[in-house]
Design a protein around this ligand. Structure first.
Ligand SMILES: *Cc1c(COP(=O)(O)O)cnc(C)c1O
Length: 372
């Protein structure tokens, strides 16, 4: 396995290894090859895409094309705005209350782990936040039963994180609530089909399934635009972004170009239904390997195990360092768990192929044989 991990192309370049990084994550090889071919000169224009004015018909055309393709992939209804922004999902933690409610207004948040807590802490600076329920008591290994949530009728919205990237906890049904649903979908958007009409606002940093870091996606029901506080910075105001075609200032043009290629790649591969089939098989392969061994374990309740992020621990944490070293030598990269939980984590985003998961499972089996 080490030999295949270190295989070299005939060109002498290092082969691409298996990348399980939680983010920035693997990008499809076909997208990177296209970007390489376009690098110095884009479509015969005599300059690279990066060097073009964002007001040029070329760049505007790519951005409009990206939006159309994304609308087809997610079947986004016309009464939703699609915004391409910057600042990552973390900036949206503030933008959400600033755009949706007046100062001190009640807003509800569900706490299912690390990213829920980050969103809650930021929102507390701008609104009256109530945590409707928390899975802290289970160490974030499940989702609090809907019947236990203390929702407020007058809340401006309910915020939740449909896939906790660090804990590896995913929702497979949208919560039933009477207020607009706001979701941080950074690590799940585009991994499977989705009913956008169930949401008020969806946002995501790009560097998991969308493209490179530097781009942030917001999908917002148009009814929720026009509500930003007058103190909301212009750069965070969704209505200003919408009115300016996501070009109120210079957008991250190269990241948009790469995202457009990723959307095309998804569509050419059969769209999100096809992607979901691939992703379910990948996750199934890894969870089955973990569950069939006494050497590895995953603490998450089976009904909410993430398709994208699979944390697991070794029965003997003393072997963690050796596992990571040998995995890396075998061409299996970025398997270290988040510093807050330890152990391992394999992220299985769209661009990670079944072959990478098969290689990981084979390595895990081999390591277990040698160490137990
Ligand atoms: C990665 C991630 C973030 C952080 O995104 P940035 O773009 O770095 O701000 C927030 N929420 C979730 C669920 C994530 O996976």
């Amino acid at each position: 396995m080490a030999a295949s991990g270190q295989a070299r192309h005939a060109s002498g370049l290092m082969a691409r290894l298996h990348n399980f990084c939680a983010g920035p994550a693997a990008l499809p090889a076909a997208v990177l090859e296209q970007a390489r071919d376009d690098m110095l000169e884009w479509h015969g224009r005599g300059l690279s895409f990066m060097e073009m004015s964002h007001r040029s018909p070329e760049v505007v055309g790519v951005v409009e094309g990206a939006e159309s393709c994304l609308r087809r992939l997610l079947d986004i209804p016309d009464d939703y705005a699609v915004l391409f922004l910057q600042g990552g999902a973390s900036t949206q933690f503030a933008a959400v209350p600033l755009n949706l409610v007046p100062p001190h207004a009640p807003v509800d948040y569900l706490d299912t782990g690390h990213w829920s807590l980050k969103a809650i802490a930021e929102a507390q600076r701008f609104a009256d936040v109530q945590v409707v329920a928390s899975s802290a008591a289970s160490r974030y290994t499940d989702i609090p039963a809907r019947s236990t949530w203390r929702c407020r009728d007058n809340a401006g919205y309910l915020h939740y994180c449909p896939n906790e990237t660090i804990g590896g906890v995913e929702f497979f049904a949208e919560p039933e609530v009477d207020v607009p649903l706001v979701a941080d979908m950074s690590s799940t958007l585009l991994s499977r089909s989705l009913d956008v009409s169930r949401f008020g606002v969806i946002y995501a940093g790009a560097q998991k399934n969308i493209g490179p870091a530097g781009l942030t996606l917001v999908i917002a029901h148009r009814e929720l635009l026009g509500r930003a506080r007058h103190t909301c910075p212009s750069m965070l105001d969704w209505t200003i972004a919408s009115d300016n075609g996501s070009m109120y200032n210079t957008p991250p043009t190269f990241a948009l170009y790469l995202a457009a290629l990723v959307f095309d790649w998804l569509e050419a591969g059969g769209g999100l239904a096809a992607m979901e089939t691939v992703n379910r098989r990948k996750a199934g392969t890894l969870y089955t390997a973990i569950d069939n061994s006494a050497f590895y374990s995953n603490p998450v309740a089976p009904e909410c195990r993430s398709l994208m992020n699979v944390p697991f621990v070794l029965a003997d944490a003393g072997l963690d360092g050796r596992f990571l070293e040998e995995a890396s030598a075998a061409g299996l990269l970025n398997l270290k768990g988040h510093r807050s939980v330890g152990g391992m984590r394999a992220s299985l985003y769209n661009a990670v192929p079944q072959a990478s998961v098969d290689a990981l499972v084979a390595f895990m089996h081999d390591f277990e044989q040698r160490c137990s």
